[in-house]
Ligand binder design. Structure first.
Ligand SMILES: C[S@@+](CC[C@H](N)C(=O)[O-])C[C@H]1O[C@@H](n2cnc3c(N)ncnc32)[C@H](O)[C@@H]1O
Length: 276
């Protein structure tokens, strides 16, 4: 028994011919779970996404087969159908298949689709959750997701129109209805349509001076944070040349950062107007 076995005694046996969907967390290898690491050490093949941090991949034993299934990084894009077929093929070949996904597999990670496909193919699976970037991104930017007296709810949502959605960009969600809840919005995949999303929220009655935080590459050495008003955030993000992956937080919780960030230990911030 290794030290790691003792630390994660309740992990099921990783059987050949099964698929484990494992959350890699937001990027920092220190935020990868012990259960994920233990599974990684037993896997025959790791089918990994683009957003899995290099530091997490570096934890894989050197001899483990790697099968890149990402959708960015200049490499050919893989369709979701292609990825699920590969998972099924690896499992049917009798391998222990580790499907490694950024953040948490079941939060905007297509883990639902993949497990449904595995179930339909009669392949057994196990889920190892990960820390989702929406929450890790807030923490890394000194923004508490909930604070008594500030908010009693947060809404995690995507800013990316679902494939096949009808209508103009960002019309996949009822933004005015979300604005009306008063709950902070934590947006994944919102960079492409940030301008349209901000406009829809303003049309829905959200105040122009509502604070917005944009956290790119959260928890990595490349992390950047920008705080802006809702009515100017898209222009400021463009001026600062900030790029995905990013978490966009909108609402009252962002204001807490001003008091906390000066005392927080972590990567530097990018403040509005710095142009950095
Ligand atoms: C397809 S979703 C996957 C989300 C993932 N399953 C999770 O739980 O974090 C990809 C989006 O997650 C967000 N994301 C993932 N890693 C991030 C990071 N390190 N910093 C900021 N945003 C991140 C970005 O919004 C990115 O476009």
């Amino acid at each position: 028994m290794t030290d790691l076995d003792a630390l994660v005694p309740n992990l099921p046996v990783f059987e050949p011919g099964t698929v484990w969907l494992v959350g890699a967390g937001p990027g920092d290898p220190g935020l990868f779970t012990l259960a994920g690491l233990q599974a990684m050490r037993q896997a025959d093949v790791i089918v990994h996404d683009a957003l899995v941090g290099d530091g997490v991949m570096a934890l894989a034993p050197p001899g483990t087969e790697r099968d890149y299934a990402g959708k960015r990084g200049g490499r050919p894009s893989h369709s979701q159908a292609d990825i699920t077929e590969r998972l099924i093929a690896h499992a049917r070949a009798g391998k222990r298949v580790l499907r490694l996904k950024g953040g948490d597999p079941f939060v905007f990670g297509r883990g639902g689709e993949e497990t449904l496909a595995l179930a339909a193919a009669g392949i057994r699976f196990h889920i190892v959750p990960g820390i989702t970037s929406g929450l890790a991104g807030l923490a890394a930017a000194s923004i508490p997701a909930t604070t008594r007296g500030t908010n009693h709810a947060v809404i995690l949502m995507t800013g990316h129109p679902a494939a096949g959605a009808e209508g103009p960009a960002a019309s996949h969600a009822d933004w005015p209805a979300f604005a009306a809840t008063g709950a902070p919005l934590i947006l994944y995949m919102a960079m492409t349509h940030l301008d349209a999303i901000a406009r829809r929220l303003l049309e829905g009655g959200m105040a122009p001076d509502t604070e917005v935080a944009v956290v790119t590459d959260a928890t990595t050495p490349r992390q950047r944070v920008l705080v802006a008003r809702l009515d100017t955030c898209a222009a400021e993000v463009a001026a600062a040349a900030m790029k995905a992956p990013a978490i966009v937080a909108i609402g009252s919780i962002v204001g807490l950062r001003a008091a906390l960030a000066p005392f927080a230990i972590g990567p530097d911030a990018v403040e509005p107007g710095s142009g950095a």
